[in-house]
Design a protein around this ligand. Structure first.
Ligand SMILES: NC(=O)C1=CN([C@@H]2O[C@H](COP(=O)(O)OP(=O)(O)OC[C@H]3O[C@@H](n4cnc5c(N)ncnc54)[C@H](OP(=O)(O)O)[C@@H]3O)[C@@H](O)[C@H]2O)C=CC1
Ligand SMILES: CC(=O)[C@@H](O)[C@H](O)COP(=O)(O)O
Ligand SMILES: [Mn+2]
Length: 380
């Protein structure tokens, strides 16, 4: 059971909900980090009194130092601050809630420090999942998934003593805001349209990934790495209501599912209280009041990002880091309204064709693959 946390990405959607859970469970907070959200960070630091507050943007960190001068909180600037936060001895649990593969180095640091890692930052596992899981085994660090589907699977695997009993994992997928549209209709969708997720309120990058279905592709890779299963044992089903969070099918035909209202505080809380369960303060799921639960096959032709991710997963090596780096840059351009919706999949496919894949990669190979993919998307 967690007593003291540090949160990497405390000002974001997962970070803020983690602080709500921390308050409810009475946890201490050792460190908070963000990129440039000065006001939100000042408010959080005054409320939770961490020993360390980090803003990776140096100018923002200088401003925060002045603002927090009357508190006992030390302020650091720059990306290396994330690793300092991940290594702080007071924290037993590090919540990785930054967006993007910037979470990779601090996650490795936390693993070396044998922390419990409550992992929301899926891009880290997509780019370097094998390295991360091997390091966790070597150092004896626990990785508890926070992503709702992977938490659901983690919960359905409690009591499974032999992973060879699993026939397949079934990830549910809402289908996003453009479900059921034709390619022609989808091609006209704007930033504002893509940011309207049907069931979840999340940060902008993951919300766009849900609209392209890249989020589900990243989650397929995340599941393969977390549970060390091949692509053939990870499937996707459209479930518009986001009430069944994912399922595990065993070889004897039993299919176990975890259900709940779409509320990230449940998987966040479970990662803190595991193996025990805390109490939810939200309204319980009322099965008689919820809409009919439906299931359908995903449309990989209209949403090519899912297939792009599955192809990268099948190829292995640095293919997933290339996919992820290209997608991060393409989504950034889409959010800046500089490219259209289908340019995200086109640019990602272009980077996958242009950048060579290295098998059995080192950390340096992965970082280089990521950088090359980003250069390809930006035309550098
Ligand atoms: N939101 C959700 O419900 C879910 C999220 N996830 C995953 O969790 C992660 C976080 O998602 P979410 O909370 O939605 O994202 P948000 O965009 O809401 O928050 C991102 C956080 O990361 C910080 N950050 C952004 N860029 C950098 C950077 N370059 N260096 C350091 N810190 C940075 C932000 O700081 P600042 O505010 O200063 O920009 C903010 O604190 C993602 O990997 C996402 O896929 C998984 C499942 C559900
Ligand atoms: C809350 C969460 O875990 C998100 O990753 C969510 O799964 C997004 O929903 P879809 O990808 O199913 O649209
Ligand atoms: Mn998810």
């Amino acid at each position: 059971m967690t007593k003291t946390i540090s949160i990497l990405g405390s000002t974001g959607s997962i970070g803020r909900q983690t602080l709500d859970v921390a308050e409810q469970l009475g946890l201490q907070v050792a460190a908070l980090t963000a990129h440039a959200s000065i006001e939100r960070m000042e408010e959080q630091a005054r409320r939770f009194r961490p020993r360390l507050a980090v803003l990776t943007d140096e100018a923002a960190a200088r401003d925060l130092t002045v603002r927090l001068a009357d508190t006992g909180t030390k302020v650091l600037g720059g990306p290396q601050g994330l690793e300092e936060a991940a290594a702080l001895p007071e924290a037993d649990t590090i919540v990785t809630a930054v967006v993007g593969m910037v979470g990779l180095r601090p996650t490795l640091t936390a693993i070396r420090e044998k922390k419990r890692i409550a992992l929301a930052n899926k891009e880290t596992l997509v780019c370097a999942g094998e390295l991360v899981m091997d390091a966790a085994d070597t150092y004896g660090a626990e990785i508890i998934p926070v992503d709702s589907e992977h938490s659901a699977i983690f919960q359905c695997l409690q009591g499974c003593r032999d992973r060879r009993e699993i026939r397949r994992l079934i990830l549910t997928c809402s289908g996003g805001p453009f479900y059921g549209m034709t390619c022609e209709e989808v091609g006209k969708m704007t930033r504002a349209d893509a940011l309207r997720h049907p069931n979840w309120t999340m940060g902008p990058k993951i919300t766009v990934d849900c609209a392209t279905l890249m989020n589900k592709g990243l989650e397929v890779i995340e599941a393969m790495r977390l549970y060390r299963l091949p692509l053939e044992q990870v499937s996707v089903v459209i479930h518009r209501q986001s009430i069944v969070h994912s399922l595990v099918e065993y070889w004897d035909g039993a299919v176990l599912a975890q259900l709940g209202t779409p509320d990230m505080r449940l998987p966040i809380r479970y990662a803190m209280t595991y193996p025990a369960r805390g109490e939810s303060l939200a309204k319980p799921l009322d099965l008689t009041a919820c809409p009919p639960l439906t299931f359908a096959a995903p449309d990989r032709a209209t949403f090519p990002c899912l297939h792009l991710a599955e192809e990268a997963a099948a190829e292995g090596g640095t293919a997933c880091a290339i996919l992820n780096g290209a997608n991060e840059e393409a989504v950034r351009l889409f959010l800046q309204e500089r490219i259209g919706f289908y340019d995200i999949s086109h640019l990602t496919a272009k980077a996958r064709s242009a950048v060579s894949v290295v098998q059995k990669p080192s950390l340096e190979d992965i970082l280089e693959a990521d950088a090359a993919a980003r250069r390809c998307v930006l035309g550098d």
